[in-house]
Design a protein. Structure first.
Length: 195
């Protein structure tokens, strides 16, 4: 897939997925602000510029099966839903029960029929439903979690904040790390890792 085509698809998803719909009513007037906006429970809806970059690095394709870790308000889930199309699926995981319900309701009312929400359990991600073609993480881990690499299918991509960087990691068709890129200069809420 050409990067130009991916750019067009990502930009269309951002245009057609109204960020305001995924924000609490009290902050919807800030939907056009290119910054992270609080959505309660010490969590945020991410900056559009950052989300666009992460989606470009993730390079989701139609029909992909994607794990969305830290789904929050459901905005990233809805964007992924748009990008994978009706033949794809998005499995969203959120550890805060109230946000899981908020994000799920937001996606349902927006017409996202190819998404399923899960409350995070004792393990990171959804190992029982792996492997995934793509994994997107929207909170910063202190180190790269091996558990998510294990859930990434052969030929898949993982995009995850680690510290103040966003890592872009790809597996080849044999399950080996094909490449890893480090995009420095980002800030995210911390990823809660199971004990």
């Amino acid at each position: 897939m050409s990067s130009e085509l991916l750019d067009i698809r990502v930009d269309r998803a951002l245009r057609e997925t109204d960020r305001a719909h995924f924000m609490p009513a009290s902050v919807r007037h800030m939907a056009d602000v290119d910054g992270a906006i609080p959505i309660g429970y010490d969590q945020t809806i991410s900056q559009p510029y950052t989300v666009r970059n992460m989606l470009l690095w993730l390079a989701p394709e139609r029909g992909d099966r994607i794990l969305d870790v830290g789904s929050g308000s459901g905005w990233s889930t809805a964007l992924l839903s748009h990008l994978v199309g009706p033949e794809g699926t998005v499995l969203a995981v959120e550890r805060i029960a109230e946000l899981k319900v908020f994000g799920e309701n937001n996606c349902l009312s927006y017409g996202c029929s190819n998404v399923t929400f899960y409350l995070a359990g004792e393990e990171l991600g959804l190992p029982q439903l792996a492997p995934f073609d793509r994994i997107l993480v929207s909170a910063a881990a202190p180190v790269l979690p091996a558990a998510l690499l294990d859930q990434l299918g052969d030929g898949g991509k993982l995009v995850i904040p680690v510290g103040n960087s966003i890592l872009e990691i790809a597996k080849d068709g044999f399950g080996q790390i094909d490449y890893e890129r480090d995009h420095y200069g980002y800030t995210f809420v911390p990823l809660h890792l199971p004990e």
